[in-house]
Every structure is written in C-alpha cells, then in structure tokens.
Write a protein that binds this ligand. Structure first.
Ligand code: SF4
Length: 165
C-alpha cells in the first residue's frame, strides 16, 4: 500500500535533510553504536533487544525522515531521503511522471522525493554516488520491523523470491 507524506512535520526536518553531510555522520555514529551494543544486548535477551532497538529507531527516524519502518533502510543510498515517502514507494527513481517544476505526479503539492534524493546524494561526502546502485524490491515481510536489527542479523539483505541482481 502506498504511503503518503504527513501534512504536519517537525519543521527542522527539512533543514536537516538538506544538510545530508550532517545526517551521514549521524548515521555512521549510530551504526557504530548499535553494532557495538548488539552482541551484549543479544546475550541478555534477543527478543528484548529487538524490541528496544525498534523503539529507539522508530521515533528518531520518524521525526527526521518520516520513516515508514520498511525494515530495509537504504537512506545512505538515497541522499538521506526516505524513498518510502514516494507515493509509489519506488526504491529506484524518479519515475517518468515528475512534473516540470520537480513536483510529484501523484501529489502535485509536494516536491518529488527522488529529485530531492538525487540532489542530496550529490552533496554527501562519503556515500555520494550510491544512488546509482540498483536497489532490489522492498521485502514487505520486513515491514514494521527494525532495520537496524535486520542489518545486524543480516536479514535486510533478503530479497523477494525470484529477484536476481
Ligand atoms: S527504514 Fe525504510 S522507511 Fe524508514 S527511513 Fe529507512 S528506507 Fe525509509
């Protein structure tokens, strides 16, 4: 099912997303932190550690990226712009329907998520150019799970049956 950007968002999120270098540093720091903590958390309780990391990830990414908890985060490959905010949920974009003013063909009031993603990708220091990588279809069975936990468990590399890269 298509997801749509929320009308009311934290006003600072646009400013932050337009500074993707700050966000990629924060991403690198969070990745290191969760990787360091994960083995200990797993020893204590695998179930509880998944729940804990889900509740850390969900509000933080919701407020900044309007994250839809797809469970397979590719933010650093999309200019730190969440692709699941595209009404078509494209994982590679933009589609052919972008309007001449750079807005979405489905919701004309909003800028195309993918034109923003391409612009921001070019501004990144470390991950610039990753937007050119072909992304597999999103695995819907991971919806509403933690992409951080899925990354640490290696589950986020799973693709729908039949997909070959
Ligand atoms: S986890 Fe999925 S929905 Fe959330 S920010 Fe990353 S790509 Fe977007």
């Amino acid at each position: 099912m298509a997801t749509f950007p929320e009308a009311r968002r934290w006003p600072g999120s646009e400013w932050l997303k337009n500074h993707p270098r700050l966000l990629e540093r924060a991403y690198a720091f969070s990745e290191q932190a969760v990787r360091a903590a994960w083995p200990l958390l797993q020893r204590i309780s695998p179930q509880a550690s998944r729940r804990l990391i889900f509740w850390l990830e969900k509000p933080a990414k919701k407020v900044i990226f309007n994250c839809q908890m797809c469970g397979q985060c590719i933010l650093h490959s999309t200019g730190m712009t969440c692709p699941m905010n595209c009404p078509k949920n494209l994982r590679n974009g933009p589609c052919g329907g972008v309007r001449a003013n750079g807005h979405c063909e489905v919701i004309p009031e909003i800028a195309c998520v993918w034109t923003q993603a391409w612009r921001r990708d070019a501004q990144m220091a470390h991950y610039a150019g990753e937007i050119q990588l072909l992304q597999p279809p999103v695995n819907r069975t991971l919806q509403q799970t933690s992409s951080w936990a899925n990354m640490l468990d290696g589950v986020d590399n799973q693709t729908p049956p039949g997909w070959q890269q």
